[in-house]
Design a protein around this ligand. Structure first.
Ligand code: FES
Length: 167
């Protein structure tokens, strides 16, 4: 069982999840909708939840997995203590967001959409944060950082890391 599962209050979540699955029982066409709502309830989609949904909607685990891996919106791990959202909307993209993703992935040793094993950092790709003039833009726990370069993004991350060490 993943260590992330300890962070979930299953007693509270299970009845909600069961009610959701019951509502769509056997309805294979509702898979995306159910995954979306399950993620709202749990916060992410661990294998145990995927299995419940597969069984309830009468679809294979493979089908569930391919939907989850196709849509960047779905995550199989919870957000990190520091959740980084990097914009890949058009304005940010042309101003160099792809290089920034690459550097952040390297720095954190995870792929976009993933969370570090210690649960500290997660990296998500988002579409237009509404601050295109400041592009490339990222947010860390909602705080906006603009006019980024790969070096600037990494130094912001390093600042966060060193403030964590001092705590
Ligand atoms: S495209 Fe990145 S903030 Fe709009």
């Amino acid at each position: 069982m993943s260590t992330f599962l300890n962070q979930v209050n299953w007693e509270e979540i299970n009845p909600k999840l069961d009610a959701l699955i019951e509502k769509y029982r056997g309805d294979q066409s509702a898979l995306i909708e159910v995954l979306h709502r399950a993620q709202e309830i749990v916060g992410f989609l661990p294998e145990e939840v995927q299995a419940k949904i597969a069984e309830g909607l009468n679809v294979s685990m493979g089908d569930v997995y391919s939907v989850i891996s196709f849509y960047a919106h779905f995550s199989t791990k919870p957000k990190g203590k520091y959740h980084i959202s990097l914009c890949m909307g058009t304005a940010c993209y042309v101003k160099g967001a792809p290089e920034i993703v690459e550097r952040l992935e390297k720095e954190l040793n995870i792929k976009a959409g993933d969370t570090t094993d210690d649960g500290m950092y997660s990296l998500e790709i988002v579409r237009c944060l509404g601050a295109c003039g400041l592009g490339p833009v990222m947010t860390v726990n909602g705080e906006v950082y603009g006019l980024l370069s790969p070096d600037k993004a990494v130094s912001i991350l390093k600042e966060i890391k060193s403030s964590e060490v001092k705590k």
